[in-house]
Design a protein around this ligand. Structure first.
Ligand code: MG
Length: 293
């Protein structure tokens, strides 16, 4: 099941995308719930609600404007740094080097502010050069937490995953490095494109899918999730140690090799660049980067 958040007839709505990707079945959710996007469906299903009872009319996908599936997360997006073997090697000399391979002994975990989230098709705003001149893309598979919990064991994570989506963990590299902690360099306005929708966990094989990213039709990243250093069960176990995860929490699992910073010389984004991310089994997330006047 693919679940999308979108605008239809000037109203924010949630719906189920048909298998052919051409139409949507609207969900008739209680007043106010649609505003929360897919988070409302997560809560409904965590509470054993009857989703089919809310099925409404079917409309064409071309008649809606997609929004990020969770337009405003309830709290920061949890992100994992340097979590593919080849990406760790390409950045081995850059940040937080803690052994020769560049691979961390523990997951590197940081967060992005909820206000960074934008939709497929929305523009990403480049900051003035005085703020940052090193804007980079990071194609990532993101996990949407269903049932909450703390101290979740790796063997139990299936009970806690609602589904998956795509995020672009857009990063200001100079700001990221300068401050050691990554929050600022990762949280500029519009720096978290998300979408195009959420695929439910029962229809997606997260352990073995392909993550690709193009900049202006040039393939830059091409990774397989089987190359994750810390797999998704391990990540959820770490992120829930002493912290209660809640329904709708988002964990971005890290990016494969091929980021702009990994090139020599680095290839950072500029106004007019188009970044397209595809994850097999989910879909396509595309955004254009634009300069501020
Ligand atoms: Mg990242």
């Amino acid at each position: 099941m693919k679940i999308a958040t979108f605008v239809f007839k000037d109203q924010r709505r949630v719906g189920i995308v048909a298998n052919d990707g051409e139409s949507l079945t609207l969900l008739e959710l209680p007043a106010g719930e649609s505003h929360r996007g897919v988070s409302a469906v997560v809560d409904l299903m965590v509470n054993n609600g009857d989703l089919e009872a809310s099925f409404g009319e079917t409309v064409s996908l071309s008649d809606v404007r997609l929004l990020a599936p969770i337009p405003r997360p309830a709290r920061n997006i949890i992100c994992v740094g340097r979590n593919y073997h080849e990406h760790a090697r390409e950045l081995a000399d850059s940040v937080f080097k803690d052994n020769d391979s560049g691979e961390p002994r523990w997951p590197i975990v940081f967060s992005k502010l909820p206000e960074t989230v934008i939709a497929h098709g929305d523009p990403v705003m480049l900051p003035p050069a005085s703020v940052s001149s090193q804007i980079d893309y990071e194609a990532e598979l993101a996990v949407i937490i269903g049932k909450g919990g703390s101290n979740i064991q790796p063997e139990d994570v299936k009970d806690h995953i609602f589904g998956y989506t795509i995020v672009n963990d857009v990063t200001a590299r100079d700001v990221q490095m300068r401050h050691k902690q990554w929050l600022l360099g990762k949280s500029f306005d519009t720096f978290c494109p998300m979408g195009p929708w959420v695929v439910s966990a029962d229809e997606f094989v997260a352990e073995d899918t392909r993550v690709r990213c193009w900049v202006n039709d040039e393939l830059r990243q091409d990774g397989l999730t089987r190359d994750l250093i810390f797999d998704i069960p391990t990540l959820i176990a770490h992120c829930s140690r002493g912290i209660t995860l809640i329904p709708g929490d988002i964990i971005a699992t890290g990016t494969p090799a091929g980021v702009g910073m990994g090139f020599d010389p680095p290839r950072f984004l500029k106004a007019g660049d188009r970044v397209r991310i595809e994850i097999d089994g989910i879909g396509t997330l595309e955004n254009t980067f634009v300069g501020k006047d």
